[in-house]
Design a protein around this ligand. Structure first.
Ligand code: FAD
Length: 421
């Protein structure tokens, strides 16, 4: 028993493949990456509990939370090489959490972040300058107004620093602009512009830019050295820049650990004696064990499919579950913590009442997922281990997904080697 297939290449699947290979180097591990999921759409900040829940708890208790990053997660993030980890806290001690600004115009704490993102803890006493560039999704005047309404004593100002160099840079995507900052010459040019803006400003400054500072290279640290001031990115969900950095780091890590990557999709799982067969487009994979890391509704592991979908014009003839797994052949029930979910009517659940978050309570669309056996496996499938966003009612955060992947990868490696002996 030496073949483990991890289906889903987000942070949970990558963590599982990493832990499996670390714990059993003889294991043949294949990571099936599928399409873009939540990890690639996320902005590159890593929480274990949604940040607004933490902020609300701190507000209510008046006590500042102390946090640490699980050592296994810290090791994985260190191996990926694209994150800044707080210096203390990896061994369970308290850490002072980084403070980041978002394109929503708020400041918030996080546990770790992509190294290109500016940690505002580093800018105390400085004015943070945002360039007034002509781009969609970048309204520096509104951002400055909103960010200045903060409880940390931080000051933000618009700056005349030139960031865009060519006409088309007013409308190309963030990701395309980031690609241009993979070029050392372009980074040097930007360094000169920022230096000029720094010299024109009385007092110490820092620069907060969009998610543009390179897809591959760490341009933020090169710029800092050139400008002599902190330079980094704002937190920008959906830009895709972090996603590309993550995918490249995933590729490098898999190559180092001899984890095979397969950029395909799996449609169906079938039992074949003691093995599982995973059928995808035009090819099948044999597995002794499977880590199911296909994500929730965002990643595509779970699909909204109320009985009325595909029903005859005069309506559905039965009432049934409204969510299903995208991968066929696994009879695991989809449920939320509060019992079998969403059986409302043939039209599906009353989404207005249950789907969306209320206060700090996650909405049902975030909770829906697979309910697991106590050992983390799937009912009737003892060698299938769901991890990450596909699991019911766990926090939809990067570190929760990574932790569950690490635990399942380690367990899968142990069980498969026991079966082999
Ligand atoms: C916009 C956005 C902002 C976020 N912000 C934060 C934040 O600030 N802090 C934080 O901690 N978390 C944040 N999150 C949540 C966090 O990104 C997720 O909880 C985490 O990435 C989930 O990882 P995962 O590996 O479980 O799922 P995913 O990253 O969704 O990975 C699932 C993968 O499985 C693949 N897949 C699905 N079906 C198949 C199939 N049949 N065959 C092959 N592959 C398949 C998908 O293509 C995808 O690549 C955010 C998420 C989003 C979308």
């Amino acid at each position: 028993m030496n073949k483990l297939v991890v289906v889903g290449g987000g942070i949970a699947g990558l963590a599982a493949a990493f832990a499996a290979k670390r714990n059993n180097p003889a294991l043949q591990v294949t990571l099936v990456t599928g399409r873009i999921g939540a990890t690639s759409l996320s902005p590159g900040v890593l929480d274990d509990t949604p940040w607004d829940v933490v902020a609300e708890a701190e507000r209510l208790t008046g006590v500042s939370a102390t946090w640490s990053i699980d050592p296994g997660c810290a090791e994985l993030l260190g191996e990926l090489g694209i994150f800044s980890l707080p210096a203390a806290g990896t061994e369970g001690g308290p850490l002072e959490r980084p403070l980041v600004a978002t394109t929503g115009g708020i400041l918030r704490r996080t546990l770790a972040h992509a190294s290109a993102i500016l940690d505002l803890k580093r800018v105390h006493g400085r004015t943070v300058l945002l360039p007034a560039v002509d781009r969609p999704h970048w309204d520096s005047a509104s951002l400055v107004r909103s960010l200045n309404d903060n409880a940390y004593g931080l000051r933000f100002e618009e700056s005349g620093a030139t960031v865009l160099r060519f006409d088309d840079e007013s409308f190309i995507s963030d990701l395309e602009l980031a690609r241009r900052f993979d070029e050392p010459e372009r980074v040097r040019w930007l360094g000169q512009q920022l230096l000029r803006a720094k010299q024109a400003h009385p007092g110490e400054v820092a620069f907060l830019l969009g998610p543009w500072l390179g897809r591959a290279a760490d341009s933020a640290s090169v710029l800092e050295a050139a400008v002599g001031a902190p330079v980094g990115e704002i937190v920008a969900p959906h830009s895709g820049t972090f996603g590309v950095r993550f995918e490249r780091a995933r590729e490098r890590l898999c190559e180092r650990l001899a984890i095979a990557l397969s950029a395909s999709e799996i449609n169906r799982v079938e039992r074949a004696g003691s093995e599982l067969l995973l059928h995808g487009e035009g090819k099948s994979l044999e597995a002794d064990g499977v880590v199911l890391a296909t994500g929730g509704l965002v990643g595509g592991g779970i699909v909204f499919s109320p009985p009325s979908f595909g029903a005859p014009a005069d309506g559905a003839t039965k009432i049934g579950p409204s969510f299903e797994l995208s991968l066929k052949g696994l009879e695991g029930a989809i449920a939320t913590q509060h019992g079998p979910a969403f059986v409302g009517s043939a039209e599906g659940p009353v989404l207005d009442a249950s789907a969306w978050p209320r206060g700090t309570q996650a909405g049902a669309l975030e909770k829906v997922g697979l309910v697991l056996e106590r050992d983390g496996s799937l009912r009737s499938f003892p060698l299938v281990f769901p991890v990450g966003d596909i699991v019911a009612s766990c926090s939809r955060t990067m570190l929760t997904a990574a932790r569950s992947g690490l635990t399942a990868g380690e367990r899968a490696a142990r069980i498969l080697s026991e079966h082999a002996n």
